[in-house]
Design a protein around this ligand. Structure first.
Ligand code: HEC
Length: 153
């Protein structure tokens, strides 16, 4: 009796959820996806910054994992999530400045600098706090550089 009742409810629940998922336009889905990746970056970098600030003890294995995640995120090709027509001028949820699509190669240059800094960090994150700290700062600076140019406040 119990199972018989739960199953139809579950199916009804899934059916109700489906239109919600489908409601995102391709543009809204792209904005969500790229912001999601940014949040994963912030999570991993934030944990490393906490070690640098000595808010949590340095842990070589954990540091290597966070840094490895930051490096790996750059292997995900997110170019299709930066589709034209998704700037802050066009979508309320977007904080992407229109100059991303009109400013030539500079946006890609920022991404390249971030990727290089993430690679360098991943190479030293397990080697102790002293070795890691400057690489964390350098990476954070590349995030800020791009945000200063291409993200609204
Ligand atoms: C090449 C440029 C660029 C680099 C490099 C970059 N970001 Fe971003 N980031 C952006 C842009 C543009 C947005 C706004 C995206 C949007 O709202 O559509 C953003 C948004 C964010 C957000 C907010 C997401 C939201 O939901 O509004 C966070 C958090 C973030 N970035 C963290 C980081 C961290 C941490 C790094 C470095 C490890 C980083 N970003 C590197 C361009 C960049």
């Amino acid at each position: 009796m119990r199972t018989a009742l739960v199953l139809p409810l579950l199916i009804a629940g899934l059916a109700a959820a489906a239109p919600v998922l489908a409601a995102d336009s391709p543009e809204e889905a792209a904005i969500k996806a790229r912001e999601g990746v940014m949040h994963i970056r912030a999570f991993n970098l934030g944990n490393l910054v906490a070690m640098v600030k000595k808010e949590v003890p340095y842990d070589a294995d954990a540091a290597q994992t966070y840094a490895g995640n930051l490096k790996t995120l750059n292997q995900v090709d997110m170019r299709s999530a930066w589709m034209e027509g998704t700037s802050v001028d066009q979508y309320i949820d977007s904080r992407a400045k229109p100059e991303i699509w009109t400013g030539g190669a500079k946006f890609a240059d920022h991404a390249k600098q971030e990727a290089e800094a993430a690679d360098k960090l991943a190479a030293v994150a397990g080697d102790g706090l002293q070795a890691m700290a400057p690489a964390v700062k350098d990476l954070a600076q590349t995030c800020k550089n791009c945000h200063d140019d291409y993200r609204t406040d």
